[in-house]
Each structure stands twice: as C-alpha cells, then as structure tokens.
Design a protein around this ligand. Structure first.
Ligand SMILES: Cc1cc2nc3c(=O)[nH]c(=O)nc-3n(C[C@H](O)[C@H](O)[C@H](O)COP(=O)(O)OP(=O)(O)OC[C@H]3O[C@@H](n4cnc5c(N)ncnc54)[C@H](O)[C@@H]3O)c2cc1C
Ligand SMILES: *[C@@H]1O[C@H](CO)[C@@H](O)[C@H](O)[C@H]1NC(C)=O
Ligand SMILES: *[C@@H]1O[C@H](CO)[C@@H](O)[C@H](O)[C@H]1NC(C)=O
Ligand SMILES: *[C@@H]1O[C@H](CO)[C@@H](O)[C@H](O)[C@H]1NC(C)=O
Ligand SMILES: *[C@@H]1O[C@H](CO)[C@@H](O)[C@H](O)[C@H]1NC(C)=O
Length: 524
C-alpha cells in the first residue's frame, strides 16, 4: 500500500529530480557542494566528479566497466561518476545521493557479468560511485592478516602478500583484475578452493558504509550483517570499504601443468573419469578443465595447480588419475605467485610486478553457471560437444570442489554450494565489436544451459551469484517483492535467501542499496 505521505515525498522527489536534471552542471555543483558539506570542506571534489559533458566521462566509465556489452553507446549512462579518495567521501556519497534523490550504484573492479555496477536498466537517473582510487593494502605477516580496500584488485593483493612472504597466499579468484569489493562479497573461489575453500571463509573483519552513511566494523554491524556480506552478493547491504582477511600458508614450491586432449584423443572417456576423481583427490591438487572449440574439434585443457613438488604430484597422479598420462616434462615447478601469473595467462617469465598495473581485458560476453553433483554420462558429454562445435567463441570452465568445501556447512556463509558439489560449471560466449547477431550468441548459451538441466543441481537449480545472470529475473521496481526475487534468490543462496531478506529488512528497509538483483527488503 502506498501511503499519502509517500505520495507527497514522491512528488517532492520528482520535482527535485526535474530541477537537477534540467542541467547536469547544476547537478555536479549540487553534488560537489553536498560532498564538501558532508566530508572534507577543502577537498577539490570537482576533479573527482564527472558528468557526461566532462571530456573524461566516457574514458572513466569505459576503463572501469569490463563487459563491453554494457559500454556500447546505447547502454544507459550514469548522470555522474564520483571517484572518492577517502573512506569519508564514500559516506558523503551515500548521504548526498539520498539528498539529491539520485539512485546510486557502486563499482570496485567492474567485472559484474551483467554490468549492474555501472548500468541501471531499471532506474533513471542513477550515479556511479567508482572505488578505483581506494586501493590500499596493508599486509601484516606477524599477525597473518591483511586489510584490503575495496578498489584493490585480487592481483594487487597477491602481489603485496608476495612482497612480504613467499609462503603466504590467499584463496581468491583466478583472474587477477577482479575488484576485492565486488569479488569477495559473492564468495570468491580460485585454484586453492579444494584446500582452503572460498575467500569468504577467510574474512576476519570488514568496514562498510551503511544506508545512513555510517562506517561499521564487524563489532558495530553485528554478526547477522557480517554473515550477509560474506557471500550475499554485492550492492545489497552497504558499500564495502575494507576487508580484513586471514592469509593462508603456501609451500615455497608448487607445480603447475596444462595437458590438452582433443576429441579424437579420447577426451570423452577421460572427462568422465575426471568427474569421478578430481573432486576427491588430495586437497593440495586442483585440476580444472577448460573446454574450447579449436578449428573443427573440441579441446579440453587439464589445467592444474599442485601445492607441492613435481615428484609428489606424479606419484599422486599415477595412483589416482593415471588415465591423463601426466609426464614429468608436462610439469613446471615454480613459486605460488608465479602460479598466479600462469593461471592468469601471462607468458612465462613475466615479472610479478605486472599484477600492480594490469587492466581488465575488455570483452563482449554472456555467461551462466551450474553446480554439478553427479558425473555427467558420456551421452551428456556427446551432446555438449555438438553444441560447442556450432558456436564461434565458446568457453566452458569446470572447476572441481570437494576437499575443504565439503567440510563447511551450507549456512555458514550465504554461499550454499558446498558439500556434495563435484564441480562448478561456467559457460561463456564471446563476440567481437560490431557483431551483427548478438542475439545468436545469447540464444546459444541459453540453449546450452537448457540442454544441461538433466545433468546438474535441481530444486533449486543452483547458480553462482558472482556469475550474475539476469535471465533468472530482475527486480523491476524500486520496491520489489520478495516473491519476485525468489526466482533467482533461491538459486544463488538456497535457503540462506530467507535469512538475507530478513537482514536486509533490518539494515536497509528503505532499499538504498539496490540493483536488478539486489536482496529485497520485506515491505513494511
Ligand atoms: C574475467 C572474469 C574472471 C572471473 N574469475 C573469477 C574467479 O576466478 N573466481 C570467482 O569467484 N569469480 C570470478 N569472476 C566473477 C567475479 O567474482 C564477479 O564478477 C565479481 O562480482 C567482480 O567484482 P568486481 O568488484 O570486479 O565487480 P563490480 O562490477 O565492481 O561489482 C560487482 C557487484 O558488486 C557490487 N559492488 C562492487 N563494489 C562493491 C563494494 N565495495 N561494496 C558493495 N558492493 C559492491 C556491484 O554493485 C555489483 O553488484 C570472474 C569474472 C570475470 C569477468
Ligand atoms: C566546479 O565545477 C563547476 C561546474 O563546472 C563550476 O561551476 C565551479 O566553479 C567549480 N568549482 C571549483 C571550486 O572549481
Ligand atoms: C592447449 O590448448 C589451448 C587451446 O587451444 C592452447 O591455447 C594452449 O596453448 C594449449 N596448451 C598446450 C600445453 O598445448
Ligand atoms: C587450426 O587450423 C589452423 C589453420 O588450418 C592451424 O594453423 C592451427 O594450428 C590449428 N589449430 C589447432 C589448435 O589445431
Ligand atoms: C557431507 O555429506 C556427506 C554425505 O552426504 C555426509 O556424510 C557428511 O556428514 C556431510 N558433511 C557436512 C559437513 O555436512
């Protein structure tokens, strides 16, 4: 029900908006003025606020967003981008966006699959708070911990840890340009997932800006909200400023390998075997499979990190997965930080310093995910090959879970895809600038996902919130209903969704932090 009061405030809001929209220079002025009043009076905010008539606007937006699908000229653009320099500026941004009636989106690394950190398809006008300047990292080996600011990348974090120690690491994602802010809020897994679980399993504390602009640490926010931000997805509960994480031990020598098999080399049988063994092997061993189309065949790449030396690896492989035929010459002994570079695809010999200056690779893509709980039979794989062979640039990534992931309960964090999950399956399709038939690629991936349904988790069919998929449904209104959101809510979070909704209702009843798939508060 809409009360007369909210009619009135809506009217005020609309009037206010039409005034600010009349002229984006005046919007910039009002925003800058409000920022000064609410944080540093003397800070030159003008140079960190960009409106569309600023010549740098497009450059700032394009360098922060990663999926080019949402950077095309026809995509909705923010009325203003603000790049805060201090934590207090983020507080002021929340306060001022409310004052000016401007809906706010927050961006850390810009890797959102559906671009919701920099594009709103459902609300206009909106502004983007881009945390690109907030990338402090303080590693303290003595206490085995680090404070990391939201705008830092996971690659920068890995590098700062390596600078201080060669026997410490962190179990977050493989791609090294992910923003710590958006990445860890959804769970975050990488090559050490079988040994150590997810990044959220190693979070000790956090600092967030809440809906009223306060900064809260773990103690101040309480255990419910602290639970919600460790996997409940970005953009729902506040603006994450800092994570305090616990480092994990890594050995001085690790081993990596990539072994390729094409269809005529019997990859179907091999992949069936992989499904039976990879989730149950020694926890120090992670063998993922990358499925691609090369020329007229399908190539499967067995791409692996072992936390130990080559000799021990070969012994384990002979015992548990001899079918792959791994040889000593396939194995490269290296350091953990170099294994990070290897998995991120840097040429061998690239110095680790590259992690401090790598920009995200811009691509046009659509992705979807699944969790597989029983091995896919040969017939299932045969049908998969057929589909891979008809698409221009398909990429399918299977990463084994098991190990530590099986020991953590489903409700420990909002990320529920734990015990009994064999592997996570990620499907991607890429295309080039100027592609005339984008719909063809999106249809291809929808069809593939449909095809996979008998082989993957069901009731609910689970997906990973960090591989956001708007096909599952969107919040169409500012104040969406819980039922509307449940179409995707249970898939991302299973029954944790109900707890997330309760917490959201407590901490952000006005739904200040919202986007196409944010957790909705219950209506009052
Ligand atoms: C090339 C590529 C490789 C990937 N590899 C992996 C991988 O190996 N493992 C894995 O687990 N995932 C992986 N992902 C998925 C990745 O974890 C998510 O896309 C993640 O959300 C990216 O975070 P971001 O800060 O870069 O993105 P953004 O687009 O900035 O943010 C993502 C979401 O979080 C919100 N958000 C951003 N910053 C904050 C903040 N400070 N506080 C609150 N909310 C915020 C945004 O509004 C948005 O809703 C990959 C994605 C890509 C594109
Ligand atoms: C900030 O920018 C606005 C709009 O371009 C301008 O009118 C104003 O004078 C600027 N303020 C400062 C302090 O530079
Ligand atoms: C494996 O195949 C991929 C995809 O075709 C290719 O990029 C890579 O170089 C190959 N690696 C090896 C070790 O053959
Ligand atoms: C694909 O075909 C091209 C040209 O025929 C050839 O040069 C290339 O090596 C082939 N790639 C693979 C991975 O077989
Ligand atoms: C994981 O599942 C197995 C098999 O169903 C069960 O025996 C075990 O107790 C479960 N572990 C946890 C931590 O829930």
């Amino acid at each position: 029900m809409v009360s007369p009061i909210s009619h009135l405030s809506l009217l005020v809001l609309v009037l206010h908006l039409s005034v600010s929209l009349a002229n984006s220079v005046s919007l910039q002025e009002s925003f800058v003025q409000c920022l000064s009043l609410n944080s540093d009076r003397t800070f030159p905010f003008n140079s960190s606020v960009y409106t569309p008539n600023n010549p740098s606007f497009t450059g700032v937006l394009d360098s922060s967003g990663q999926n080019q699908r949402f950077l095309v000229p026809s995509a909705p653009k923010p009325k203003l981008i603000f790049t805060p320099f201090r934590d207090s500026h983020v507080q002021a941004a929340v306060i001022c966006s409310k004052k000016l009636g401007m809906h706010l989106r927050v961006l850390s690394g810009g890797h959102d699959y559906e671009g919701v950190s920099y594009v709103s398809e459902i609300e206009s006008p909106f502004i983007v708070v881009d945390l690109i300047k907030l990338r402090g990292i303080k590693v303290d080996i003595k206490s085995n911990a680090a404070w990391v600011q939201a705008g830092a990348t996971n690659g920068e974090l890995y590098y700062r840890i390596y600078e201080k120690s060669s026997v410490h690491g962190f179990p977050a994602g493989v791609c090294t340009t992910l923003g710590i802010g958006g990445h860890i809020t959804g769970g975050a897994y990488g090559t050490m997932v079988r040994k150590y679980g997810l990044a959220v399993d190693h979070v000790l504390d956090a600092k967030i800006v809440d809906a009223s602009g306060r900064i809260l640490d773990r103690k101040a926010m309480g255990e419910d909200l602290f639970w919600a931000i460790r996997g409940g997805g970005g953009g729902s509960f506040g603006i994450l400023l800092w994570w305090k994480i616990k480092l994990v031990p890594v050995p001085p020598t690790v081993t990596v390998f990539t072994v390729n098999k094409t269809l005529d080399q019997g990859t179907t049988k091999l992949l069936q075997r992989w499904q039976e063994v990879a989730p149950f092997m020694d926890e120090n061993l992670f063998i993922r499979v990358i499925i691609q189309r090369t020329n007229k065949t399908v190539t499967t790449s067995y791409n692996s990190l072992f936390l130990g030396g080559a000799r021990e690896l070969l012994q384990i492989m002979r015992k548990t997965f001899p079918e792959l035929g791994l040889k000593r010459k396939d194995c490269l002994e290296t350091s953990w930080i170099k294994s990070v570079l290897y998995f991120a695809g840097f040429p061998s010999g690239t110095p680790p310093e590259v992690l401090m200056k790598t920009k995200a690779r811009k691509v046009f893509f659509k992705g979807k995910s699944d969790f597989v709980r029983k091995p896919i039979p040969e017939t299932g794989l045969e049908g998969l090959w057929k589909r891979v062979l008809i698409e221009d640039n398909p990429l399918i990534l299977w990463s084994p879970y098991g190990g530590r992931m099986n020991q953590i309960s489903e409700s420990d964090t909002p990320f529920p895809h734990r015990n009994g999950t064999l592997f996570i399956s990620l499907y991607l399709s890429f295309w080039q600038e100027g592609e005339k038939n984008v719909a063809k690629h999106i249809d291809w991936i929808r069809d593939l996902h449909n095809y996979m349904s008998p082989y993957v988790s069901s009731f609910p069919r689970q997906q990973y919130v960090n591989y956001r998929d708007l096909d599952l449904g969107i919040n169409t209104k500012h104040r969406t209903s819980n039922t509307e959101a449940s179409s995707w809510g249970y898939r991302y979070f299973k029954n944790n969704f109900d707890r997330l909704v309760k917490i959201k209702t407590n901490v952000d009843p006005q739904n200040v932090f919202r986007h196409e798939q944010s957790i909705p508060p219950l209506s009052p």
